[in-house]
Write a protein of this length. Structure first.
Length: 237
């Protein structure tokens, strides 16, 4: 099997009931991202930020993996050394579907971070600004998610993996957020074939060699079946 790097975005988890961000009913139409997804917003009103992420965490914990998560976990189990799952999502639905070693470039709702000393730990379901850090005891607890203006996690590892990829696949991504939106060009420059699986074309759809449109729960399992059958899975359908 080829070395395959798979980038997943909010569209992967939308059918599990987790809201996407940039469509007409997305989360950013209901909240000002400057208030709940920036370091400055957290400094101004940490209680509001925790309220927002507590609601997102509860929504995540009540959700279940859908057929697309299950299919990607199945693909990874078939060739764990060949499949790298990179996600922009902060949910844990891929892990709950059975995936392992998922690269969470934007952090995780299930983790907490001390804004003072940088210590990280498993988050309780409900967090508050007065929660003390287990390491330094400062009341500086924040969600361990990457906010706008912050550098994504694991970029060195992602860069190395893209350089070795034979195929790069983006699933359910908007193509609006960098550096992830540039992965297709990075992979193509390294010689990889490229494929987009999405409900609607992303803003970077023209950069992909192949595009398949439809709900993730339908098109992702179909693509995984092709790959496991020995096809390259890159042609349009």
């Amino acid at each position: 099997m080829q070395n395959i790097v798979i980038l997943t975005g909010a569209g992967l988890s939308a059918e599990s009931g987790l809201g996407t961000f940039r469509d007409k009913d997305g989360l950013w139409t209901k909240y000002d991202l400057n208030d709940v997804a920036t370091p400055e917003g957290f400094a101004r009103n940490p209680a509001l930020v925790h309220e927002f992420y507590n609601a997102r965490r509860a929504n995540c914990l009540s959700a279940s993996p859908n057929a697309a998560h299950d299919a990607l976990a199945r693909l990874q189990r078939a060739a764990p050394d060949r499949i790298c799952l990179v996600t922009q999502n902060v949910d844990d639905l891929l892990e709950r579907a059975g995936a392992r070693d998922v690269v969470h470039m934007h952090g995780q709702l299930t983790r907490a971070l001390c804004a003072g000393c940088g210590h990280g730990w498993d988050a309780p379901q409900v967090m508050a600004p007065t929660d003390p850090c287990p390491a330094c005891a400062r009341p500086a607890t924040r969600p361990d998610v990457v906010w706008f203006g912050e550098y994504p996690y694991h970029m060195d590892r992602i860069d190395r993996t893209l350089m070795r990829a034979d195929l790069f696949v983006a699933i359910g991504t908007s193509g609006n957020v960098y550096p992830a939106a540039g992965f297709v060009q990075q992979a193509a420059a390294a010689g990889a074939a490229t494929l987009e699986l999405n409900l609607d074309p992303s803003t970077t759809a023209g950069l992909f060699e192949g595009t398949r449109l439809g709900p993730a729960s339908r098109i992702v399992p179909a693509w995984v079946d092709e790959v496991l059958a020995g096809n390259d899975g890159c042609q349009d359908r």
